[in-house]
Structure formats: C-alpha cells, structure tokens
Design a protein around this ligand. Structure first.
Ligand code: SF4
Length: 195
C-alpha cells in the first residue's frame, strides 16, 4: 500500500515512541522480530478488522447517533504525502470523526497512539474535504475510550511531525538515543548501546 515518498501513520507512531526505533526500522530497514505478544496482536487485529458490526454496536453503546460509517478505509493526503488504512470514520450530526480501535488494554492514552490517529485525520480531511471534529482511541481489552477534539493546535503539530518524518527519511539523519525505561526490553538496544 505504501506509495513512493509517502509515509504512513505507523512511521509517526514509531517516531513518537522512540526516534531511534523509527530510524532503525524505517531508514535502515532493520525489522524487529515478532514476539509472541506481537503475533497475538496481529491475530487479534485480523480477527477484529472484520467486525464492522462491532463498531456499530460500540457507537450505539456510547449513545452516539451515527449518520454514516465507513470501516477499513484507505485514505491518502497528497498535500502531506501520507497514506494509510483508517479503522473507522463516522459522521454524527454532520460532523466527521475518526475512530481507532486498539485490541490491547490501557488505562491511559499513549501519545504515539494519539498522533498516529491525528495523522490519519489529516488524510481523512483531505479525502472527504471536510474538517475532522474528534479523534477517538478505544482500547478494547480494558474498555477504555479516549476522545480528543481535533483542534488547530493538534492539526498544526501533526503537520510538523509529518514534515519532520519526511525530512529524516530524505536526509537519513541519525537521532541521538535517549535512554529510558523502554530501552530495557528493546530489540534495538545493541545498536544504541552495544548491549
Ligand atoms: S534502546 Fe532505547 S533509545 Fe535505543 S531504540 Fe530502543 S528504546 Fe530507543
């Protein structure tokens, strides 16, 4: 699905999680072997991605009156050179919203997940020629629903992130590793620290 020179929201998610991971994966092309929990996640994603009905039920449970809903839509933005398959877009009272269902559990909204969906929203706006009102992330296993208005501030920040990713991809800049708790279980730590 990737088009020449286009980035996907996965690039954004990896970059926010750790710029060094982004660099190893997407600039150097060093893939991470799938762990058992990742494989489980992929299996769940494949099962889950077939459940259009489940999205309808979820929105009904939230008492959201949906005028129209689309599921598994490929969206792209020529302006920002972004492409991806968005989980769900729906219109409610004429407003356009983007919903991403994570099959995992979480009691908090992770910034990498938030901005992954924010970048989908940029492409959705261009695809449907309408501003996105809200972005929503639902963690299915813990039944946690997080929604944010897609404000100009978030839109502008998302555009900056996209520009930054394009810049790194084009120039191949090496980010400085930033040590954190994430490093302990990271597959790439031998590249960052030689351990
Ligand atoms: S070891 Fe730490 S800094 Fe290096 S890629 Fe992994 S998470 Fe990022």
């Amino acid at each position: 699905m990737e088009e020449e020179g286009y980035i996907t929201p996965i690039h954004i998610k990896d970059y926010i999680f750790c710029p060094s991971i982004f660099y190893y994966k997407h600039v150097l092309g060093i893939g991470e072997p799938l762990t058992e929990s990742m494989k489980e996640g992929v299996r769940e994603f494949i099962k889950d991605s077939m459940r259009y009905q489940e999205r309808e039920t979820l929105l009904n449970q939230r008492r959201i009156r949906v005028d129209k809903m689309l599921f598994g839509v490929t969206v792209s933005s020529r302006k920002h050179k972004v492409v991806g398959v968005v989980d769900t877009v729906y219109w409610s009272k004429g407003k356009l919203n983007v919903l991403e269902i994570k099959t995992t559990e979480s009691n908090k909204l992770f910034p990498d997940h938030l901005y992954q969906v924010a970048v989908y929203a940029l492409a959705v706006e261009e695809e449907f020629n309408q501003p996105v009102y809200k972005i929503i992330i639902f963690y299915k296993k813990s039944n946690n629903w997080f929604e944010k208005r897609f404000t100009n501030q978030m839109r502008n920040y998302s555009v900056k992130l996209v520009l930054r990713i394009h810049e790194i991809m084009e120039k191949g800049e090496v980010p400085e590793p930033r040590f954190s708790a994430k490093c302990r279980s990271c597959f790439y730590k031998r590249f960052c620290y030689g351990i």
